[in-house]
Design a protein around this ligand. Sequence first.
Ligand code: 9MR
Length: 356
Amino acid sequence: MKRFFVALILAMLVSACGISEATTRQMTPTELGLSSLRTLAQNRGISIGTAVDVKPFRKEPLYNSVLAHEFNLLVPENQMKFALLHPERDTYDFKDADAMVAFAKANDMQVRGHTLLWHLSVPRWLSEGNFTRDELMDILRDHIYTVVGHYRGSIIAWDVLNEAIDANGYIKDSIWQRVIGPEYIDLAFRWAHEADPQARLFYNDYGAERRGQKADALYNFVKGMLERGVPINGVGLQMHVGLTASPDPQEFADNLKRLAALGLDVDITEMDVLIQNSKVKGSLEKKFAEQGRLYGENFQVCVSAPNCKAFVIWGFTDKYNWAVSFTGRPDKPLILDESYRPKPAYNALLKVLSEK
Ligand code: 9MR
């Protein structure tokens, strides 16, 4: 009896304070106003993906329920990078990456592997190891065979190589370039192909969406690989853009077309639209509207191109975005706000998928 009265009083208090049922339990994606991008994308044969941040992935159930509700493609944001996956010469740490792959499987999502080689992800044992050329080739082969082999059959596409050329087409400095020489690139693709012949293999880079020097450098770089018989299937265009720094849609479409003429797919691999530093003045509302327009415009170019079959955004809620760690300033570059509610950018993607 006593317990009944306590419960009654508690219920009265909750209702008097205006606390609704929805705030005492986790809201569902539908209650948040989300429709499911992935359902519409699937009907159109498109993969819609996002980078996944391990912190909320490990501790925030709402993050994971929105992730599975909205996307059919998952990209570990950091967990498959060399330095994290291979922290010591004889140690591989697959724990977090495995958890993401298992999540993807359980939720019928595909996985993009990011990334086997990046000059900015080199563990200390490697950079300070004073290895000979032969030793470094063994290390590289071992890394690729082990990692790609570990995920054979689970990864639809690998970013084998990330951001390796500059705008002049020169191969950037890295331990691989310095000690092995430029052949490290062809070798990496060949070894990845040997380790998983079904996985699509990509070269991934930024700043090459619009026509111009970097786009030409990238085009010549991958064309050279094809001419040398290197097993490359596509190019990842990252698409980190800003409110006043987004490619002209026609130039972007032309780029997709000339890469298609080489027989290459193009995945959009890391899209976001930073709002800081922009010349768009005025309210946040106005900035979000422009941000949404740019998401929609770029997504439209991708879905209209036969060789653009995957569109990945670099995170989905402004609550967790990479911009502050990179620029030192907070930003709101993604499609859902900090409470996982849709921004105009979300609705813009939805609109592209809803139209024929
Ligand atoms: O978003 C990633 C951030 O959490 C990491 O600290 C950073 C360094 O590993 O990498 C960020 O992701 C980058 C991606 O791997 C390659 N393209 C640029 C991305 C943003 O910097």
